[in-house]
Design a protein around this ligand. Sequence first.
Ligand SMILES: [Zn+2]
Ligand SMILES: [Zn+2]
Length: 309
Amino acid sequence: MIPNPPPRHPQLGFLYIHPYRIQGVSIAGEETFVQVPELGVCFDIGRAPRAALTSDFVALSHGHMDHSAGLAYYFSQRSFQGIGTGSVICHPHLEKPIRGVMTAWTELEAQRTPYNVIPLEPDQEHQIKNNIVLRAFATKHTVPSLGYVAVEKRSKLKSEFVGLEQPKLVELKKQGVEITQVNDIPLVCFTGDTMWGEHFDRPDVLGAKILITECTFLEPDHRDRAGIGKHLHLDHIAQLMEKSQAEAVILTHLSRRTHITEARRVINEAIPAKHHDRLFILMDNKTNRQRYESQLAEAEAEATVTQGK
Ligand SMILES: [Zn+2]
Ligand SMILES: [Zn+2]
């Protein structure tokens, strides 16, 4: 008898919500990292899978090891592969311990790994792309924690100047008149580990195009556990679906206790059918693959029609 090969490394969960790829691994207590390559950000770093290295920023929600273990390795591999110094955005409480971990590695390796720490207070912002900032917001977990919203700062002509001819606008600008205003467009929100609270009433959280949130507990008799561990229960997701304007709500941090097929069944039962087409589970690889394949087929069909014209 020949023994079985070892288990394959868990496949990354993957969703394409135009124009963003949402990819990563998220299993409660084991590992969470959710990457949006188009924004150059990894929300949490898990065990720093290879894909994570291409993102210039890690936005850390909190210090629990399943979310932060790979941080030193991320910095080290970024440097080793010549990609450039990686940066971590984090709660101000985490700056000192992160520097402590990196100092310990300097001793272990007898060499220094370059890294940046960017502490953010709730509601502070840090620019991550042209016109896009990452805004931190306060969440409630068992340790200091933050959620994040990527916000586009979109310049728009003020309504009183709409319709004016170009030379007139140039003239006004020359006179020093402020003809544009900057609007905040919330793009992608990541809540990290958190219990239910007033942060789920924030306009930038509810207005985000994509909302990535945790859902650690599904079973009705686990409502208390959600409260104690300061996590969300499926009941909260049901409330959230009523309030959120997101085109896609993506659930992460599900427990390994429940098989994904069973989780999908329980979730679909608890959430009204009108919300099902915008509710996703990051690690439901089978459903997500089918969806991606139909997206591919649709794009191909469109290309054929365009070529035919
Ligand atoms: Zn966690
Ligand atoms: Zn946690």
